[in-house]
Write a protein that binds this ligand. Sequence first.
Ligand SMILES: [Zn+2]
Length: 257
Amino acid sequence: MKRRTFVKAIPLGLAGATFSLNFPSLIAAVAGEKHTDWSYDDPESWGYLSQDYQVCSLGNQQSPIDLQSPISSELQPIEIVYQDIPLKLLNNSHTIQVNSNSDNYIIIDGEKFDLLQFHFHHPSEHTVTGKTYPMEVHFVHKNKEGSLAVLGVFLQEGQENAILKSIWEAMPSHKSEEKLIEGVKISLAQLLPNDQTMYRYFGSLTTPPCSEIVHWIVFQNPLEISSTQIHKFKQIFPLNARPIQPLNRRFLLSYSE
Ligand SMILES: [Zn+2]
């Protein structure tokens, strides 16, 4: 079993870290239970679709944000322990999601967050001083209290991405149940940039119920994906990115090795 461990630094302290205003609906969302349907056609309406989604409109720690003018920080180490996983994926009608039930986790301030799944957005949700990337990957982790930590990785146009190739070959073009692709392993560690310069801030889910329970860690340096690969995803999801939200009274921190 291949296993790579990264020891990285992240900011101390989570300014304004508050727990969910609508925690039951988050649990329902994570558990895949029924909830009010929503779409990317009108993200401004999400907060009015259901009482459970109110924080999408009323929250003041929403994601994504434009990553600009970060405060450079001396940070505590983050440990990322990722290994190869069997490929289990689905189309949940909002994105392609790859599930993890192996022992993959990150440790932030001594707290363990287990990897639940990763998924894709086209174009990127976060922007960097106004710049949008063609795609963004989100690795979603949860601790035992139900708080989330999401690692974000930008994808820019360039060489074909060999790791994504096996996911793209298997991805369902319509809504589907999870399926296991026999004999295919995904090397998670290779889906993270070698350069570990990161942004960090506290925010929310970028889909309803928009719960403000997410420690966001976004890698500054992108990975590459070919234009053909971008095009294939775009044919399934022409746009699955929430618009930029205001930073309000939050700190955006950065860390560089
Ligand atoms: Zn996402």
